[in-house]
Write a new protein. Structure first.
Length: 417
């Protein structure tokens, strides 16, 4: 644990690195632009930092107001012309084109801080639907709009729309977790209070707290729902003395995965599980760090690799040292809940992988039966199917191995910590 404290001291608090106004660089920043995430200190600096952001803010307000109005063909046309004037000059060029040319010439802002380009503009039909208050789904977009949307998502241009997740291990309630000796959740002696039984005083307290206590409690993952086995029933050998080191790496990988998925690994359990295995290599085969510092250094190296080039880099990776330390301070109960959550994550990934296989086999069979000239050759389809089967088999073995190691680690933590 002393090694962990040393590693923690080198962790960088990301928020402390962005306290200075990015526009005037003289005052402390007070606000963040919701579109480009630049920190600024005043209204004057906001107006200076990007004309594009202020124009988009005005455009969105206009569109919001238009939803409540009765739209006529004349008003539609006027609105479309106004939007065109916002995005294009008199010569028909995008007003953002000069910004991108400056970036290509080594001047101006970084591309990630520049707003939407011309390829991401919606078509006139889509804009008309939005003005009329029609709900637009992804399937309603044209092929070019879908491509532009996916590029914007990959570039993180919608990140300001996502509410930052508050990790459960940072909440005070995480220090009050109680489990049985077998690692299961304690049975509550009294039934939970129903909504009808909530008094006016309770309602006032909930209103003042914003319901944070209840939401934080529900975010804490539950332990496994079956009694944990003792280590001697799992193996006749003595557990490795390095299990504590390996535990640190797994906890770091768990924190990274949940931060990366904003606390919702259920949106893509297979992808989340593979991310966890990429960071916590001890859940695979061959990785055996011999100290906490070596384990954390290996995790940080993985986070800074090209595979996670859009995940935040060194600053984000080193800030996770604090998350790892906080979670380990929760001792047996908190660690068991975290490991149980990771175990369920991998279990869902295994099931998700099976579903992917069934869908892939069904689509391959349909292609083989297709007799049109546009269908690929049968030999190519079979070759691709064989390659997919190998990758699926490899991922399945990795997940099964990780699941077994996680369960063993859960049982070890229950006995030793």
């Amino acid at each position: 644990m002393s090694d962990l404290s040393e590693s923690k001291s080198v962790g960088i608090n990301v928020s402390e690195q962005r306290l200075i106004c990015r526009v005037c660089t003289r005052n402390f920043s007070q606000y963040t632009c919701p579109r480009c995430n630049i920190r600024y200190c005043s209204l004057q600096c906001y107006k200076k930092h990007s004309v594009r952001c202020t124009e988009q803010f005005a455009r969105e307000n206009v569109l919001e107001e238009m939803k409540g109005l009765n739209v006529t063909p004349e008003s539609k046309q006027r609105m479309l012309e106004a939007l065109q004037r916002i995005h294009f000059d008199d010569e028909g060029r995008s007003v953002f084109e000069d910004d991108y040319m400056q970036v290509l010439n080594g001047e101006g802002e970084e591309p990630s801080e520049i707003g939407f380009d011309t390829e991401e503009l919606l078509s006139e039909d889509t804009l008309q639907s939005l003005q009329e208050g029609v709900s637009i789904s992804f399937e309603d977009l044209s092929a070019s709009e879908k491509k532009a949307f996916m590029r914007a998502v990959a570039a993180g241009k919608f990140s300001h729309l996502i509410k930052p997740w508050d990790p459960w291990w940072t909440h005070p309630l995480a220090h009050n977790i109680s489990l049985t000796k077998s690692g299961m959740q304690l049975v509550q002696p009294l039934e939970e209070q129903t909504p009808k039984e909530v008094t006016s005083l309770d309602e006032e307290a909930l209103s003042d707290s914003g319901g944070e206590i209840l939401s934080a409690s529900s975010d804490i993952p539950s332990p496994l729902d079956t009694p944990l086995q003792v280590i001697k029933d799992l193996t006749a050998k003595q557990p490795s003395p390095l299990l504590g080191v390996h535990l640190t790496e797994v906890i770091y990988g768990y924190c990274f995965t949940l931060r990366l998925f904003n606390g919702d690994w259920g949106s893509d359990p297979l992808d989340a599980a593979l991310v966890l295995l990429c960071i916590a290599k001890v859940l695979g085969v061959g990785s055996t760090p011999e100290s906490v510092s070596a384990a954390l250094a290996g995790c940080l190296e993985s986070v800074c690799s090209p595979s996670f080039k859009h995940a935040g880099g060194y600053r984000f990776g080193s800030s996770l040292f604090d998350d790892t330390a906080l979670l380990l301070r929760l001792k047996r109960e908190g660690i068991l809940c975290a490991l149980a959550d990771a175990y369920r994550l991998i279990d869902c990934a295994v099931k998700d992988l099976k579903t992917h296989v069934k869908n892939k086999e069904g689509s391959s069979t349909a292609i083989l039966k297709e007799g049109s000239s546009s269908a690929p050759p049968k030999s190519r389809v079979k070759h691709e199917k064989k390659g997919y089967s190998k990758r699926r088999s490899s991922n399945s073995r990795r997940l099964r191995t990780a699941q077994k190691k996680l369960y063993f680690m859960i049982c070890w933590v229950n006995e030793q910590i």
